[in-house]
Design a protein around this ligand. Sequence first.
Ligand code: SF4
Length: 357
Amino acid sequence: MRDMKSPIPSLSDELLSWYDSNARILPWRVSPQDHAAGVRPDPYRIWMSEVMLQQTTVAAVKDYFHRFTARWPTVGDLAAAVDADVMGEWAGLGYYARARNLLKCARVVAGDLGGVFPDSHDALLTLPGIGPYTAAAIASIAFDQPETVLDGNVERVMARLHDIHAPLPGSKSLLKSHATALTPDTRPGDYAQAVMDLGATICTPKSPACGICPWRAPCQARRNGTVAELPKKTPKKPKPTRHGIAYLARSAEGAWLLERRPDKGLLGGMLGWPGSDWSEAPEPRPPFEADWQDLGAEVRHTFTHFHLILRIQTAELPAGYNPKEGEEVQPRHGFKPGDLPTVMRKAFDLWRQASPE
Ligand code: SF4
């Protein structure tokens, strides 16, 4: 909750009047004009957009958001969805634990809460997949509560506005206290979106458009000539590289052997290719004995904590293959590469390039 009042009340007013003319049009957003006319955001759409936006860009999220809300227009519809359909629609968006939590949360809201999202930060925090940032964003945007929403955009704007040189992530709480001090009691939902828009469209990481910024006069970094240095960040440790083998087995009729990954862990619950462990020196683990051929091409993919280099081996899937637990044989016309997580789809794309039909 907010505990500091704005020492410079006009800053939020200036930003809100900029937002009234410059708000981004986003599929989950109620425009400032509609908001002023009494239109209220749909908490289901705000929640979904915020879960999708965790560690993903607005540009990447828009299509997914349209597809999800067209297929499951209400939280009740999503709660009743088949898990595999939701995981399939999520494929490519990454961080698959978010999709599993999306479903869990929808089922709690539709079941225990009668289809109504709670309107306070603390109550939102109790729901699956909702951490402090997402709770603040939903409380603020969907319910107009004066919560402080601190994403990467807002951190950058605060560091520059106040010329803060302490590096992230250590400076987060200082930046948050500045963001809290600016959050107004009137129109807090619009304000939260305004400051995010300012960071996304004007106070960008490279070449910020200070000349047309509504905060150019009070901005201390602009005055001190330090904009390009901010925000400072503690250097990250380089990511390790792991290796693995993916086994692509296809029958003479074009059916594929796939494997559903365990619910817990990386790509949990998603369909993919059977494979080895991912480590410095992976143990081969083909799903069946065969003359596995190396495709001679490697998938390169980066996860949050490591880079992965995946070798691809192929073999013909024997007729009448009996899938083991967790495995599925998908017939040629039932197989949808778009339902695979990105790393697995990259392996399929390499196979297709190497195996023109
Ligand atoms: S004046 Fe420039 S650096 Fe300062 S907040 Fe605006 S865009 Fe960012």
